[in-house]
Design a protein around this ligand. Structure first.
Ligand code: GLU
Length: 326
């Protein structure tokens, strides 16, 4: 049985880019007659907002996307909100530590701040960690620990390449050590995204992860974590991102691209879904369509690799489909 998920971080309103990822993940699962899980990724508490999580659920439903398990409907692998799953992460952490995968890192905090935030690809982290603390002598470690500053914990990458077949991007190989040893727990005790996601996907029996392209380079890290924990590795598919008219990755800065703005403007959900399906290469024309009507014909192989540009309805009438240039 295929089990997929959509795992939004409630740090902003849902925009067309998130909606497209959700739609594709949902279509893949519904086409296969599988089960769809909704998980709220709010471990980074300062940025996560409960009201936004509720809004995301509401926007998804409005789009015609439903789920078999989630924070509101429950299910056998709950809770479905990361901030309520700390025990699971601690348990995974204990196992990694016992197996010798982790080491304390005393390096400066500033670069660690990004780690539990909604990830935007490894590029956003800056240069790869050079492994400074990996080779500290026991004596050095004791001396650093005695200074009282809590360390973060890093995963020591094994000296081997990581390969996987991406359902959209095709075969991927990352060289040994790609991205550097990564943080699994920050100095302030917050578990990093990589570990939380792996612990959750395994515990929720996820077989197929479909998500945004920005997470493609997180995947080798997650595969290594699955392996280190002795857990089955799911299949992965990374779908292209949507870009705004300014050439930037779609984000909450693009106010008119939010589902909330489209709803407020009176746009019917079929129009939004039709637009997303067309942008994704699923339909020849951006005609209005219900999400449910896309299930039967869905083929992951048809999803375009081209990152698409969203033009606001005002600029380009894109969402209405009235002003496409082809
Ligand atoms: N929570 C992540 C985000 O909103 C997605 C995590 C995932 O799909 O693995 O960017």
């Amino acid at each position: 049985m295929m089990r997929g998920r959509f795992a939004p971080t409630p740090s902003g309103l849902m925009h067309l880019g998130n909606a497209r990822t959700a739609l594709l993940a949902w279509l893949q699962v519904r086409r296969a007659g599988g089960q769809f899980v909704l998980r709220i990724e709010d471990i980074d508490k300062p940025r996560a907002r409960p009201d936004l999580a509720a809004q995301i659920l509401d926007d998804l439903r409005w789009l015609g996307i439903d789920w078999d398990e989630g924070p509101d409907v429950g299910g056998p692998y709950g809770p479905y909100t990361q901030s309520e799953r700390a025990d699971l992460y601690r348990e995974a952490l204990g196992r990694l530590e016992a197996a010798g995968w982790l080491y304390p890192c005393y390096c400066s905090r500033s670069e660690l701040m990004a780690i539990a935030s909604a990830p935007h690809g490894l590029g956003a982290e800056g240069p790869a960690y050079p492994g400074t603390c990996r080779h500290l002598t026991a004596e050095h470690r004791t001396r650093r620990a005695a200074r009282g500053k809590a360390p973060s914990l890093r995963f020591a990458l094994p000296d081997e390449p990581v390969s996987f077949a991406d359902g959209v991007a095709g075969p991927q190989t990352f060289p040994p050590g790609a991205g550097g040893d990564f943080v699994v727990v920050r100095a302030d005790g917050i578990v990093g995204y990589q570990l939380a996601v792996v612990a959750d996907d395994a515990a929720m029996q996820i077989t197929d992860v479909l998500r945004g392209w920005d997470l493609l380079d997180s995947t080798p890290r997650q595969i290594l974590l699955f392996r280190a924990l002795g857990l089955p590795v799911p299949r992965f598919a990374h779908v292209p991102l949507l870009f705004g008219p300014d050439g930037q990755r779609l984000s909450k800065r693009h106010g008119s691209a939010t589902i909330a703005a489209m709803r407020a403007a009176g746009m019917p959900p079929e129009r939004v879904v039709g637009h997303l399906a067309h942008l994704s290469g699923l339909t020849d024309r951006p005609e209005p369509v219900r999400a449910a009507d896309l299930v039967a014909g869905f083929d992951l192989g048809r999803v375009t690799l081209e990152p698409a540009t969203y033009r606001s309805p005002r600029d380009g009438q894109d969402v209405t489909g009235a002003d496409r240039d082809h």
